[in-house]
Write a protein that binds this ligand. Structure first.
Ligand code: BGC
Length: 296
């Protein structure tokens, strides 16, 4: 089955039909420069041009570098602020005339890597981390995604991790690969101490250059480069749009999910967890909790 996958990035918007059963592109990629400013309207126009290029009538999956819940963008760390509150799925569906699903870029890359790439068949806790303009994160436990983690914004000595250790920070600070690897190691060591992962997959622009820095990383957890390289976002977006649980896992982002409407605030956790973490925790324990209305 083919779905059109589109990867919306800071410099380019790339699309290609994807055979989601095999995780490979089934046609040539088509790339258009990201418009500036990358407002929702301008980006939607480019997505529509890509869909028209392929004369696409079926489903479309798109990555976006922000928290995406039920199609709505909730953050805009490295993109135009007008995206916050935009229902990206509705906007893209309206412009393309196709059914559109939108997913965080790192989550998409992770879904592709775990199904078809470096994380294939790995049990335990797998972290996909993308190093580009920002740092994207996706966590998988036994192949199932915890969506919308934003670990690139973790504080490290008073500064966001992505402002220290993204590929952009490396270029902007003019540092050599070994020094950058030291920053990345510091970040990975914090993640190791907090989550005890079994595997780190390193993706994003730097995945093509692992020879330059891999030997300088100092972690107790194995670190491997992403295998799908530039195609991970496109492939993962298409897989996401398939909505197939055997591919994406029973994640809680689909708009028809009843879990996202669970009365989280009733559970008395509100002061303890930010909303997203609550939602993920609730998704994990919901099957164990007493049925609604059975609590006095
Ligand atoms: C965004 C994430 C995104 C990452 C990589 C971060 O700044 O907050 O949502 O996944 O950049 O693009």
């Amino acid at each position: 089955m083919d779905i059109l996958g589109i990867d919306i990035g800071g410099s380019g918007i790339k699309g290609a039909p994807v055979n989601i059963d095999e995780g490979v592109l089934s046609g040539e990629r088509h790339r258009i420069k990201t418009p500036e400013p990358a407002t929702p309207d301008a980006v939607a126009d480019v997505v529509a041009q890509i869909a028209a290029h392929f004369d696409w009538k079926g489903s479309i999956g798109c990555t976006f570098p922000a928290v995406i819940k039920q199609g709505v963008a909730h953050t805009a760390a490295n993109v135009d602020q007008a995206w916050i509150g935009t229902n990206a799925e509705e906007l893209l569906a309206e412009r393309t005339g196709c059914l559109a699903r939108v997913v965080n870029d790192a989550d998409a890359a992770g879904v592709a890597e775990v199904q078809f790439g470096a994380g294939r068949g790995v049990r335990g806790t797998v972290f996909m981390l993308t190093f580009g303009t920002g740092i994207g994160s996706a966590i998988f436990t036994n192949g199932i995604l915890v969506p919308n983690t934003e670990l690139g914004h973790m504080d490290i000595r008073g500064k966001e991790a992505e402002h220290r250790a993204s590929d952009r920070a490396r270029k902007e600070d003019g540092i050599k690969w070994p020094k950058w690897a030291k920053r990345v190691s510091e970040y990975l060591n914090i993640l190791e101490a907090l989550y005890w992962p079994d595997l780190f997959i390193i993706g994003g622009g730097v995945s093509k250059k692992t020879l330059k820095f891999a030997d300088h990383l100092d972690t107790r957890t194995p670190v491997v480069p992403a295998q799908l390289l530039n195609d991970a976002g496109i492939v993962g977006a298409a897989m996401w749009a398939s909505g197939r649980e055997d591919i994406c896992g029973p994640v809680i982002t689909p708009r028809d999910s009843t879990l996202t409407n669970a009365p989280i605030l009733d559970r008395g956790w509100a002061p303890m967890f930010p909303t997203d973490i609550q939602a993920c925790c609730w998704a994990l324990i919901a099957p164990l909790a007493p049925a609604r209305g059975s609590r006095g």
